[in-house]
Write a protein that binds this ligand. Sequence first.
Ligand SMILES: NC(=O)c1ccc[n+]([C@@H]2O[C@H](COP(=O)([O-])OP(=O)(O)OC[C@H]3O[C@@H](n4cnc5c(N)ncnc54)[C@H](OP(=O)(O)O)[C@@H]3O)[C@@H](O)[C@H]2O)c1
Length: 299
Amino acid sequence: MIPKILITGCNGQVGFELKRSLSFIGEVIALDRSSFDLSNPDSIRENIRRIQPSIILNPAAYTAVDKAESDANMAESVNSFAPRIIGEEARKISALVIHYSTDYVFDGTKIAPYTETDSVNPLGVYGRTKLEGEIALAESGAKHLILRTSWVYGAHGKNFIKTILRLAASREELRIVADQFGAPTGAALLADASTHITARYLRDGSGNFPFGLYHLAAAGETSWHGFAQYIVAKATAAGLKLQASPDRILPIPTTEYPTPAARPANSRLDTSKFRAAFGLQTPDWTHGVDNVLDGLLEQ
Ligand SMILES: NC(=O)c1ccc[n+]([C@@H]2O[C@H](COP(=O)([O-])OP(=O)(O)OC[C@H]3O[C@@H](n4cnc5c(N)ncnc54)[C@H](OP(=O)(O)O)[C@@H]3O)[C@@H](O)[C@H]2O)c1
């Protein structure tokens, strides 16, 4: 029988790519906010009871990091409470839940990349509510995987790559934060990895499946400044006419770019547990950025 795979937030960066990637291995039911509203417990329960999926992937989230500071109730509904309800419903029908979380559960004070056993200490409402969602899902008793990732971009949706291309087209100089470090991670990487994991689960069953919490991000690291310079250099080399040249992408400290929510200085995630458990490699961060840039530049 073809397995039913339910995807939430299908118009988000990761949701969009999951819909593409998972359609190879099952019947995908991909729903957006209008039909599967994570702020509405009845909507969550009704959908899962009606669809009876074998697997639920939940990339939907309240992701507006700064707005969350003044909209904590909504961020809690979507990020903290919804994963518990999804987990409770999934447990009843023995469905696997694959849930996505964030490097922002950490305060960024560690020198080395973060492992799954490191202490959490979110700096803002977004990170706190995402952490609460992780805990709620784990406590629900559902079979689950929680994939923490960082600095997500994709061909679909709003993200840093598109913002930098837009700004560099109209300004001669950009000033970008250079003291926060992480790995830009493509929505396509997350979707393809999730599809491999799902295929393994469907093939092997629950018996030896390594459920639990994992860090999953591209390999290597850069700063937001390094990321911006890379984007502008690639786009310029590809012939795109930009006002700003790579050497006019200037590094600034976080203190010169204050935001409502503080960000961790160290967003680097150690992915060795994920790679060992699933036998997968994580490509360098530039690999996925090149793919998305090639697509955007063709347009
Ligand atoms: N973006 C990052 O840099 C980043 C970094 C680390 C971890 N993550 C995590 O990775 C996952 C995927 O992120 P992403 O970049 O794909 O996010 P995204 O592009 O912002 O997409 C989030 C999706 O969630 C949907 N959503 C918001 N509120 C909802 C609600 N009440 N009910 C149903 N859907 C709702 C949004 O719907 P609309 O389209 O209607 O707004 C959107 O489609 C999230 O769990 C996020 O926390 C992201």
